[in-house]
Design a protein. Structure first.
Length: 134
């Protein structure tokens, strides 16, 4: 996919008002898509890290560009927050990211912990673990 045209639009929007957080985040996301990682880091630096941590557009960009090790870091950091610990999807996303980087044992450990804290997910987690183990 050619993300350059979208990146240019995001860049222009940011340049029009560098204090507009939405434009700043989109410019950073666009930078991820075209593999300008240093630029993305520079753009994201002044933004509150928890805002970035829970922005799923960043997650989507990392998924779309196959940067699963970065996703592991994001979801591990989310798990360090109360908001992340309360959201079962954070555990599931962390487990999926672990699988993508070849850390199946860690994925299973995260899923087992999820069931301990949220028994309603037992059937879903057992299915995931079976899939991971096969």
């Amino acid at each position: 996919k050619d993300y350059q045209p979208a990146f240019e639009v995001f860049k222009r929007a940011y340049e029009l008002d560098t204090t507009f957080r939405e434009a700043q985040i989109l410019y950073g996301v666009g930078s991820i898509y075209i593999n300008y990682n240093n630029l993305a880091n520079e753009i994201f630096a002044p933004i509150d890290q928890e805002v970035l941590l829970f922005d799923n557009r960043i997650v989507a960009a990392l998924v779309d560009t196959g940067r699963y090790s970065d996703l592991v870091g994001i979801f591990e950091n989310r798990m360090q927050t109360e908001r992340g610990r309360k959201d079962p999807q954070t555990s599931i996303s962390l487990a999926v990211s672990y699988v993508q980087v070849g850390q199946k044992a860690k994925a299973i450990q995260v899923l087992n912990q999820l069931v301990l804290e949220n028994p309603a997910y037992k059937d879903q987690v057992e299915a995931y673990i079976k899939q991971i183990s096969s």
